[in-house]
Structure formats: C-alpha cells, structure tokens
Design a binder for this molecule. Structure first.
Ligand SMILES: Nc1ncnc2c1ncn2[C@@H]1O[C@H](COP(=O)(O)OP(=O)(O)O)[C@@H](O)[C@H]1O
Ligand SMILES: [Mg+2]
Length: 459
C-alpha cells in the first residue's frame, strides 16, 4: 500500500542548515518508504558494503517470504547515500551536477554499488533533500537513471513517482553505442566481436546496425526481417519485433548455432540521413527524428542483457540517434591516429552533452577510450601520450576533466597512463570474409575481446 506523503510539510520541516542526520531521518527515510520499502525492508543508518570499513547510509530490499531484510541484511536492491543541506559551520552543501561535492558523492555511490555485499544492488540514490539523482548499476557500469534534479514542492511527488516506476520495472539491458566520429577505427568490428564474446558468456545480445552503409549486416551475411528498420522509423505502429533476425552459424560438425540477434540495416535507410536533432517540423519522415530509435528499442531493453549499436562516423541522424538510444558510449581510437584521439574528445565534450541536454535523464555517458587494431610500439605510445596530455590540458580550461576518459587508472596521487588495447590481429580482419566474428573462430581473438568486457562490463 502506498502511503500518501505530504511532501510540502516534509520539505517545510527540514531546516535550511539541516545536518546529514536530520535530512536522513526527516527526508531520505520518508523517500525510501514512499518508494515502497517498509521499515523492516530498510537498514539505516550505515549498511556495511563489504569493502574495507565503507558503509552506505541506507540499504533497502523487499522482504522475500520469511526473510526480513532488516534481520538478514543481505542482498540489498537499493542503496542511498544521504548528505546534509549544510555542514556544521553552516556552509551549504551543494550537490548540483558538476560541483566538487556532487562529483565526490557520485563516485561514492558508484563505489558502494560495486562493493562485495552490494552485488545485487541495482539502484543508487544520492540526495541532500535539495538535489536528488538516481543511478542504475549494470555489471560494472554505473549510469545515471535520472538527471541530477533540484527538488521543489511542485516536482517532488513526480520525481519520487518516476524513481519508483523505474525501480519497480528495472530494465535488463545495458545499451552500448560504439562510436567515434572517425572512420576506420573499428566501430563495426568491435560491435560484432563484443556481441560474440558476450554471447560466449551466456549473455543475451541484440545488435543493431544503425548505419545505412550496412557494413555489419553484410559482414554477417544477413537479410532483413519481415519488417525493416526503415519501416519502423517511418511508422511508429510497425511491429519492431519483426525486424529482428537471428544470427545463426553452422559449425564444422554441421550444427546450427543460434548466436545472437540482429536488427539489420536496410537499403532505404539512406533516405533518413538529413533528419536533425532539433528539427520539429511536421515534414519529418521520421517522427521524433533522432529520438525515434530509442522508442523502437524500448521493448528490447526488458529482454536482452546487452543491446549493441553500430553507427556511422558522421555526426548526423544515425549517430545522433544511436547516442540518444544508449546508456553508454564506447569509443575506439588508434594510438597512432591522433585524429581519433581528438575526435574522442569531441564526442565526450560536445556530442554527448548535446544529446544529454535533449534527453534530460542524465545519459548517455562515455566509457574510457581504448586503442584498437594497431601494433603498439613504445615511440608510438609516447607520441600518443603526449597528445593525450595536450588534449586533457586544453579541455581543462573549460569545465571538463578528460583524465578519467583517457587514463582511467590515474588518480590525483598516482599517474597511470594505461589504456586498454585490442591489438591488430589478422584473424579479426579476415573474419569478415567468413561472415562470422573472429571471436568464434579463434581463441586468441576471443581472449582479447574477453579482456574488453572484463575491463568495461562484467562485474
Ligand atoms: N583489432 C583489429 N585487428 C585487425 N584488423 C582490424 C581490427 N579492428 C578493425 N580492423 C579492420 O579495420 C578496418 C576498419 O574497421 P571497421 O570496424 O570497419 O571500422 P569503422 O566501423 O570504425 O569504420 C576493417 O577492415 C577491419 O577488419
Ligand atoms: Mg563501421
């Protein structure tokens, strides 16, 4: 049963300089109850996360049969890190996105969500009763599920309802767009081999070829389904399920293996290149323009573990749509292709924010870049690192800190310039001619791509 909360009263009763303890007891615990957790379905204060002495302020989970979460304290579903409105001196705590306190708190909830005793936790909230944001965990990835929102009396009920609807109907998939606005960096190759290696890990994978050049579709030798992606783009009533075709591989023993599923690209897709993100005119051939793909993929988000989207290089309709539909963007680069390193920065500092602003739910976010498909030599790597240092310093003058996107293992205390790499591997290139991802043909290729999912995705 949902209790009706008088949020006006709750908000009025929190002093402006409320400490964390006050905000937690007067606001945050009320919030968690409104999200549907009873008093014996939440642990507060201080749930030990299992990583050293770390504790998160709240953990919650529905009771299962006779197992009361309050007593067993295992397998939390939701974690909440509460903050105060002000510190003891009276100085305000600002949790607005981009502030140092926000960044620190976001990193805190990420760390908790990835801690040993929180492996079942799918959601994390940060709030100080002024700002609030919901995060979702998928494997090792923590993504925003709402924007960081300023709370007021007129929006609080809607915010809480929205968070409740998300955590009551959790999406299953992580939607990943493989993108860099630089051609030939291995977007299509990475998409295919990621799908293959995830399948080898028993994950249910849907691949979307959202490139009118149809490289991915042709590499796999696939035809279209009984309804095409173009049909769905034009007609919102078209049955998207019918666009899906299985990728079946016949092995040497003659067995047919159903590996993953694909929404192929079709010949008519070239007609849509001109649709732009801010266009709202009725003359659009694609209703909602670049927002449409996200609608098309909605049903699949509850069925697959991963949805991988391959898109073209140019920052136009197809790539804009793909980023709009994605939770995260994985950016292949080449250590000896300086343009690809600069283009990665453009994706992170320009294109993603452009999409994020229109979407308004905090996404998508970039994953750290990786090097693809080249033999890495020391001098080559040195040149790349110098260039990366330049790129990081240049953007620092704005508000961006690109460090975590290029050298994610670096901390303020310790420089570590390791960048994940998929080497150049002949089988990877040649596999295209056998119409099957290299991962299925070759153990070494499989190991390389397993490295990438271990680095980025798997818990
Ligand atoms: N790891 C790799 N090893 C060897 N060849 C690769 C590798 N990754 C990509 N390639 C080759 O590089 C070329 C460009 O890759 P592709 O995936 O088509 O790039 P994009 O989609 O970014 O344009 C292709 O011929 C592909 O076979
Ligand atoms: Mg491509």
């Amino acid at each position: 049963m949902m209790t009706t909360i008088n949020w006006n009263q709750v908000l009025d009763d929190i002093p402006n300089n409320a400490s964390e303890a006050i905000v937690n007891s007067q606001f945050t615990s009320v919030l968690i109850e409104t999200l549907g957790f009873t008093k014996n379905e939440m642990l507060f204060p201080q749930f030990p996360t299992g990583r050293s002495a770390d504790t998160v302020d709240f953990a919650a989970r529905k009771n299962i049969g006779t197992d009361k979460f309050l007593f067993s304290g295992v397998d939390p579903y939701l974690l909440v890190e509460g903050k105060g409105r002000a510190i003891a001196t009276g100085a305000k705590i600002n949790l607005a996105e981009g502030t140092p306190k926000y960044n620190a708190t976001r990193e805190q909830i990420k760390k908790y969500l990835l801690s040993p005793k929180c492996q079942t936790a799918q959601w994390g909230i940060i709030t100080n009763g002024i700002h609030i944001q919901l995060f979702r965990r998928h494997g090792k990835v923590v993504i925003p599920a709402t924007a960081c929102t300023l709370i007021n009396k007129s929006n609080i009920s809607a915010i809480v309802q929205h968070i409740k609807s998300l955590i009551d109907n959790p999406p299953k998939a992580l939607t990943v767009c493989i993108y860099n606005n630089k051609g030939g960096v291995g977007k299509t190759t990475t998409t295919l081999n990621l799908a293959a290696i995830l399948r080898k890990q028993q994950k249910k994978v849907l691949v979307v070829d959202f490139d009118s050049q149809r490289d991915l579709t042709q590499t796999l030798g696939l035809g279209v389904g009984s309804i095409t992606l173009s049909d769905c783009l034009i007609n919102p009533k078209a049955d998207v399920i019918k666009t899906v075709v299985p990728f079946i591989h016949t092995n040497k023993q003659g067995q047919q293996l159903h590996l993953f599923e694909v929404i192929p690209s079709d010949e008519r897709m070239e007609e849509f290149t001109e649709q732009s993100l801010n266009q709202t005119t009725k003359t659009l051939t694609v209703p909602r323009g670049p927002k449409r793909l996200r609608d098309i993929l909605k049903t699949f988000v509850y069925q697959y573990d991963y949805i991988l989207i391959d898109c073209p290089t140019q920052w136009l309709f197809f790539s804009q749509s793909s980023l709009y539909a994605s939770d995260v963007v994985l950016i292949p680069t080449k250590h000896n292709g300086l343009a690809s390193l600069h283009n990665a920065a453009r994706v992170i500092t320009n294109f993603i924010p452009e999409i994020k602003q229109v979407r308004g739910d905090g996404g998508p976010i970039a994953l750290p870049i990786f090097f693809n498909g080249e033999k890495i030599t020391d001098p080559g790597l040195q040149t790349a690192n110098l260039e990366i240092e330049k790129i990081i310093n240049q953007t620092k003058k704005g508000s961006f800190d690109l460090l975590p996107y290029y050298w994610p293992k670096s901390t303020s205390g310790k420089a570590d310039k390791t960048i994940f790499s998929i080497p150049s591997y002949a089988t990877v290139a040649n596999a295209a001619f056998s119409h099957i991802p290299a991962v299925f043909l070759n153990k070494t290729a499989a190991e390389h791509y397993f490295g990438i999912i271990k680095e980025y995705f798997l818990q």
